[in-house]
Design a protein around this ligand. Structure first.
Ligand SMILES: NC(=O)c1ccc[n+]([C@@H]2O[C@H](COP(=O)([O-])OP(=O)(O)OC[C@H]3O[C@@H](n4cnc5c(N)ncnc54)[C@H](OP(=O)(O)O)[C@@H]3O)[C@@H](O)[C@H]2O)c1
Length: 318
């Protein structure tokens, strides 16, 4: 199976490095030619607690029209999905399947709008990585990847994709109901990401904050009510217990949203808590807790940007 990984960030580099290291045929796509050249020349360095290796991989900065890839895996941030969907619809052969492993809601739907839902496979990954440099990632957690069909029960094609990924070192299961998995991952991220980003703490420290359990339950109650309107039933205490366990298990991790805030980058808040608020509004409902978290994170993003602009202004005056 010839695989194209789309987006040379933390998760794209990790997947490319692992698949190539385990003998898979994989090409990475970066929009920046200097990055593509650098990675093709120097490989991808993967550092984990257990080991460290450099994996050779081809990185390209353009996708040849009608390029014969069997599978493209989308690893850009949610706010870049529409751009990528358009590009892939113009460049990929109609036989290429497209898998998304992004967080947040609406990524698979956006891809399907451009590519047709028969070619799109929604998925989630519990792999966790942090970008250390242009070609270097810290592999924080070797978690399971779960994929499914856009509509209907798992097909032979989705089984083949899961089998190939597992064979090349990315443990992958298939789900009978991938949308439910995506909603649960949304809940996990809608709790951990904004709280750690606002409080500027690693995941584990969340549990030290007084009354945080009440706030977590409030976030979940709202998310569960919207999930129900989309046909997915979740039980509050069960979700709460699972998320507390995840926070404990990932205690030493810095969430991606906290990393984005620290790096002065845009976050995915609009596709997490912001999406809960947006979907609720379509049903005439208010989600005050998720709205407050969205406003706070967007405020922090803006202050980050303003301070960059101020620094720039000051440097001009000097
Ligand atoms: N990191 C994790 O551990 C992890 C785990 C599970 C899920 N996820 C999800 O996976 C997605 C990616 O996360 P990430 O942490 O890997 O983000 P990231 O480090 O910011 O990487 C995103 C990459 O996408 C590239 N990109 C954006 N627009 C592009 C375009 N039009 N053409 C080509 N490349 C483009 C960016 O390129 P530039 O460098 O040129 O900006 C960047 O390299 C997110 O939805 C995230 O929530 C991440």
């Amino acid at each position: 199976m010839k695989i194209l990984i789309v987006g040379a960030g933390a998760i794209g580099l990790l997947l490319t490095g692992i698949i190539s290291h385990n003998g898979g045929e994989v090409v990475l796509f970066s929009r920046r030619s200097e990055v593509a050249k650098y990675i093709s020349k120097n490989g991808i360095k993967i550092i984990s607690e257990k080991n460290e290796y450099v994996s050779r991989a081809e990185c390209v900065s353009s996708i040849e029209p009608d390029a014969k890839y069997d599978l493209a895996i989308v690893t850009v941030k949610s706010y870049d999905t529409a751009n990528i969907a358009k590009l892939l619809s113009e460049k990929l052969s109609r036989q290429t399947y497209v898998l998304t492993l992004q967080n947040g809601l609406n990524n698979a739907e956006t891809l399907a709008n451009f590519l047709g839902h028969e070619r799109v496979f929604p998925g989630i990954t519990m792999q966790s990585s942090t970008l250390l440099g242009t070609n270097e990632v810290l592999h924080v957690f070797n978690g399971l990847t779960i994929i499914g069909n856009y509509a209907g029960p798992p097909t032979e094609d989705v089984r083949k994709i899961a089998h190939s990924l597992s064979m090349y070192g990315v443990p992958c299961n298939i789900s009978e109901n991938i949308w439910r998995n995506i909603w649960f991952k949304l809940m996990v991220n809608s709790v951990i990401n904004p709280l750690t980003a606002i409080l500027r703490v690693k995941n584990g420290l969340l549990l030290e904050i007084p009354f945080i359990d009440t706030l977590i339950k409030n976030i979940l109650e709202e998310a569960i009510s919207i999930a129900r309107l989309h046909g997915h039933e979740f039980e509050l205490d069960d979700c709460f217990d699972k998320i507390i366990r995840i926070i404990r298990e990932t205690g030493n991790n810095k969430s991606s949203m906290l990393q984005d805030i620290e790096g002065g980058r845009k976050t995915e808040i609009d596709y997490l808590n912001g999406k809960i608020v947006q979907l609720a509004a379509k049903h005439g409902l208010e989600m005050p807790i998720n709205r407050a978290l969205t406003i706070l994170v967007k405020g922090i993003e803006k202050m980050n940007n303003d301070s960059k602009i101020n620094k720039w202004r000051n440097s001009i005056q000097l």
